[in-house]
Design a protein around this ligand. Structure first.
Ligand SMILES: O=c1ccn([C@@H]2O[C@H](COP(=O)(O)OP(=O)(O)O[C@H]3O[C@H](CO)[C@@H](O)[C@H](O)[C@H]3O)[C@@H](O)[C@H]2O)c(=O)[nH]1
Ligand SMILES: [Mn+2]
Length: 734
């Protein structure tokens, strides 16, 4: 209970077992220090004995230790939140604020319109007064197909929303619901279900047919004035602003089939011109912020990606429990829900569920000031998103915030507001610098959240057991690696940006939160130490030079302890988050692949950018897959498919380790070698062996598989040549 017998709208609990965990952390840290001491005090004198290799190991282990310390900030003080929605309705039902929901889409091919409108429908159907909800779809693809789908959705909503209300439907994305619904129903209910499902299927067919034709027929065009706006359209990168208010909340005729009000629904494709930078999702969001401020001006903004449909119709109320709490609500700038996915399979070959991040690390961030903004599933205050600084005096009077009511007709409104989404609007304005989402960073979300926290605000991480949002995770290896390249590149750019968590945030956010952000921003540089550790010890092994203490030496103990403690703890954490043992093993492989490819390219690109040689891009993640690709995904077979520079690196690394392992194993089995290997180089041998083991799917893709997802044989040849070159030249050098 809060002070004065006041019942808070939310509660915060600390995780249990913290003391034990902290003791464990201290013991590992002691082990790490011993490793460092060993390295420094045992540097070989001569180059022939592996002096330079040794110094490199010192560097890599120093980095790993330092990075591990940073990641402890994400675990040191985890907190959990719970909300009291009944208290919210009792006290505030009448003064619930308007909520504006932004959905972003950018490409009708890799983000199919049917998926997009399912997301839109799921958020339109929130359990919330519809006159206070407005849904905005930003279409950076400027696609009349997406517009057509949204138009269909606006009709379907008239049936879907009352049906959701009456039958207490969950989840409220129609596709998901029909997928899951096999509950027995009474005759009346099932009749309604059959009817609504038929409506949905017909709509889906019409949209899919239009997509197949890749154009909207004249007949459809003539049915809505909105299509006329495409006459000036020349390409995705070159068109006027297209703004359509499909459902106008002010219109007394905008009712569903049971006569209830519908939420406002708006389509926006901001103006694009080839000569102006459009700043990707950040630009789209800022156009939406401006546009919505003139249409509904809700004080709370929810942002979701087009694949992230709502899975829980009460999430808006959950979020409001934080903002409207009389005691602590005024400090909170945004409430972030976790990113969960509907398509991850049991053992997650691409580690795409972000399990440890959502179940552990974000709770840790929440314990030291609040999570970062994750780009989707996040509720913001409009004010803070627009740059407001925190002050103790700032209290929101919710009852006065009913938003605006304009008098213009829909036509006038559409015409008058277009300028707000023009391609030059934010030139020489604070937009993208101090206002709205920040520009120039591939992870606009993280840097924007950080800048808000640096202005004195807190944020909240809310991870209810019933998932609030479900999206689509990458389902091929190239997709997963490219996504991680964008993320790690963005992170590193933040480190060097104006808002660097290492410098700028000093004194503005807690030290632990600074460390937490740094752990994320330093994803990319991990590539260096990891590359070193996966290549050099194996090459030295091949040459019979030991880089680790002998098994009989007392210095062996800290190595054995740190390595096993770290991995056992990691495995326990993974299982505790609901993963499987095989899933953990797969996540270790992905850890290796991300670090040696995505992070490496991100690292190089960031350096090039700092030197002014390259520009930021945004590769949109694919949200669909071919039939045979999905089949392999279901069977948990890794999908490679093409030969990219990333795969050249991965294959070469795998081949180097295979060569070293096989040669050493052969030597060991043939002569007395086995004792030598066991005594002096067991750790090195184990390391090389594990690398071979973990690369098993890659060898399969190179040599054994026949399907389309395998690696091309040219790559097999190339990687063998490169690996042999590396091994031979290293041996000759010694
Ligand atoms: O020019 C663009 C590019 C992308 N998007 C949208 O941005 C969202 C995220 O793109 P996606 O390709 O799905 O990237 P993810 O890596 O899955 O997204 C995560 O990471 C991004 C930052 O890298 C954040 O913007 C996202 O919110 C976050 O979910 C999608 O809805 C896109 O339609 C745009 O609106 N305009
Ligand atoms: Mn996505």
């Amino acid at each position: 209970m809060g002070s004065d017998g006041y019942l808070p709208l939310f509660e915060t609990r600390r995780a249990r077992g913290r003391v034990l965990y902290r003791l464990f952390v201290v013991s590992v840290f002691v082990g790490i220090c011993l490793i460092w001491i060993y390295r420094v005090s045992h540097i070989p004198r001569k180059g022939k004995d592996g002096k330079w290799g040794w110094i490199g190991m010192l560097g890599a282990e120093f980095w790993f230790g330092f990075y591990w310390v940073l990641t402890q900030a994400l675990r040191w003080n985890q907190v959990y939140r719970c909300t009291f929605k009944d208290r919210l309705s009792q006290r505030h039902e009448k003064e619930l604020p308007k909520v504006d929901i932004f959905v972003c889409t950018a490409d009708p091919v890799i983000e199919p319109p049917v998926m997009v409108i399912n997301t839109v429908l799921s958020v339109m159907a929130y359990d919330y007064p519809p006159e206070k909800l407005s849904v905005y779809l930003s279409d950076d693809g400027g696609s009349d197909l997406t517009f057509y789908a949204l138009l269909e959705a606006s009709h379907f909503a008239k049936h879907w929303l009352p049906y959701c209300k009456k039958s207490k439907v969950e989840p409220r994305s129609p596709a998901e619901y029909f997928n899951l619904s096999d509950d027995p129903l009474d005759a009346n209910q099932s009749k309604e279900l059959v009817f609504i499902k038929k409506l949905y299927d017909e709509m889906e067919n019409r949209i899919k047919n239009a997509a197949k034709l890749a154009r909207i027929s004249e007949e459809l065009r003539s049915k809505h004035r909105g299509f006329s706006q495409w006459y000036s359209y020349s390409s995705q990168r070159n068109h006027d602003t297209i703004l359509q208010i499909l459902i106008d909340g002010r219109d007394p005729n905008a009712k569903d089939k049971d006569g209830f009000v519908l939420p406002t629904l708006v389509y926006l494709a901001r103006e694009k011109r080839p000569q102006h930078h459009h700043n990707f999702k950040a630009g789209a969001m800022n156009a939406l912020i401006r546009m919505s401020s003139e249409i509904s001006n809700g004080p709370i903004i929810l942002n979701v990606d087009c694949d992230m449909c709502s899975n829980n119709s009460h999430s808006v109320r959950d979020a409001l429990c934080f903002f409207m709490d009389e005691e602590k609500g005024h400090e909170i700038a945004f409430v972030q829900f976790p990113q969960n996915f509907k398509n991850v399979n049991r053992n997650e070959i691409y580690d795409a569920s972000l399990r440890v991040m959502t179940e552990v690390e974000f709770h840790g961030l929440d314990g030291c000031g609040g999570p970062s903004y994750g780009g989707t599933g996040c509720f913001h205050r409009r004010d803070t998103l627009c740059g407001r600084k925190f002050s103790k005096e700032y209290k929101t009077d919710w009852s006065s915030l009913n938003g605006i009511r304009r008098k213009d007709s829909v036509h006038e409104l559409e015409k008058n507001l277009k300028g707000l989404a023009s391609s030059t609007y934010d030139k020489n304005t604070p937009w993208g610098k101090e206002m709205g989402l920040l520009y120039g960073c591939p992870v606009e979300d993280v840097i924007t959240g950080l800048s808000i926290q640096c202005r004195g605000w807190k944020s909240v991480y809310f991870n209810p057991s019933k998932k609030a949002f479900l999206g689509i995770a990458p389902s091929t290896l190239p997709d997963a690696l490219v996504q991680h390249k964008r993320w790690s590149e963005g992170g590193l750019q933040i480190l060097f940006s104006r808002y660097s968590p290492a410098w700028y945030a000093q004194g503005k956010i807690s030290l632990a939160l600074q460390m937490g952000y740094c752990a994320y921003c330093l994803w990319a540089p991990n590539c260096l130490a990891t590359l070193y550790y996966t290549v050099i010890p194996s090459l030295y092994l091949l040459n019979g030079i030991s880089l680790f203490p002998q098994i009989s030496s007392p210095w062996f103990i800290p190595f054995a302890y740190v390595i096993s403690a770290k991995h056992i703890c990691g495995l326990a954490e993974f299982l505790w988050c609901g993963g499987t043992i095989l899933g953990w093993w797969n996540s270790q492989r992905m850890w290796l692949y991300k670090r040696t490819s995505s992070y490496l390219f991100a690292f190089m690109d960031t350096i090039l950018k700092l030197l002014g040689f390259a520009e930021s891009g945004f590769v949109i993640s694919t949200k669909i897959a071919d039939e045979d690709v999905s089949q392999r995904y279901e069977k948990e077979i890794m999908e490679f498919g093409t030969s990219t520079p990333m795969f050249t690196i991965l294959s070469t690394l795998a081949m180097i380790n295979l060569v070293c392992f096989v040669v050493v194993l052969k030597e060991a089995l043939m002569g007395e070698g086995i004792i030598r290997v066991y005594e002096t180089m067991s750790l090195q041998f184990v390391l090389c062996g594990i690398l071979v083991l973990i690369n098993f799917p890659l060898y399969q893709a190179l040599f054994l598989r026949k399907d389309k997802g395998k690696l091309p044989s040219s790559l097999a040849a190339k990687s063998i040549v490169l690996a042999l070159l590396a091994c031979i030249s290293f041996t000759l050098l010694y």
